[in-house]
Design a protein around this ligand. Structure first.
Ligand code: AP5
Length: 223
């Protein structure tokens, strides 16, 4: 497979970030997680962060025009030449259309949109125990605990509970997902790009499914 241009799709808390980190380490491709990019912008109080903060705090999506340029710019860089992993983008049909246009302009195509499938009950369990560090590394107090409580295994930073992981905000994020992002399942399916991954096993089990799927895609391309 000449290049691997992957999209991670799925409800909040389905494990996109968890699997994205593994894919990034394994495939050595740039990993663009819009949630992480936006949270860093909020912390650094940049113009982007100021525009995004109130939407994120409420669990709403930031407007398309705010986020599309952020990703379009990265896809044209040298580091993304051999492929990329997108997590949390696109999240609306408008964003998907903008991504398709950007890929056409670059003479490239999306390899696959991987949908990580989990139930709402599982999402609530997962987000309720999530801990993250300021650099976006993800843990769970029960399912994926750090070696030392409250400290990131990767960068040693203190772990925190994300502001949008409060129960009422989680519910709103799920509603936003159903209304605005779930239509992308049909969008990518119609284009032959959707691959479903059962997200209910352990993080290692889910990753094994993703690896198997990527191996199949490679074999299909070479056949
Ligand atoms: P974002 O950060 O992208 O949030 P999200 O999509 O809601 O996804 P999460 O980060 O909550 O979950 P995840 O699927 O990555 O799961 P994780 O691996 O952490 O976006 C935040 C906000 O930014 C949005 O609400 C919006 O305002 C804005 N935004 C971002 N992109 C945007 C866009 N394109 N357009 C507009 N607005 C945008 O896992 C969750 C927990 O479960 C962890 O604790 C983990 O350890 C655990 N876990 C993971 N896998 C498993 C497993 N298999 N078994 C058990 N536990 C597991």
């Amino acid at each position: 497979m000449s290049e691997l241009n992957l999209i991670l799709l799925g409800p909040p808390g389905s494990g996109k970030g968890t699997q994205g980190e593994r894919l990034q380490a394994d495939l050595e491709l740039p990993y663009y997680a819009t949630g992480n990019i936006l949270r860093a912008a909020v912390r650094e109080q940049t113009e982007l962060g100021k525009q995004a903060k109130e939407y994120m705090d409420r669990g709403d999506l930031v407007p398309d025009e705010v986020i599309i340029g952020v990703i379009a710019e990265r896809l044209g860089t040298h580091e993304a030449e051999d492929g990329f992993i997108l997590d949390g983008f696109p999240r609306t049909v408008g964003q998907a259309e903008a991504l398709a246009e950007r890929m056409r302009a670059l003479g490239r195509r999306i390899t696959a949109a991987l949908l990580i499938d989990v139930s709402d009950e599982e999402v609530i369990r997962r987000l309720g125990g999530r801990r993250t560090c300021p650099n976006g590394h993800v843990f769970h107090i029960e399912f994926d605990p750090p070696e030392k409580e409250g400290v990131c295994d990767v960068c040693g930073e203190q772990l925190i509970v994300r502001d949008d992981d409060k129960p009422e905000v989680i519910r709103h994020r799920l509603e936003q997902y159903r209304e605005k992002t779930e239509p992308l399942v049909g969008y990518y399916d119609e284009r032959g790009l959707l691959e479903r991954v059962d997200g209910t096993g352990s993080p290692d089990d889910v990753y094994e499914s993703i690896r198997a799927l990527l191996a199949t895609l490679r074999m299909e391309e070479e056949a």
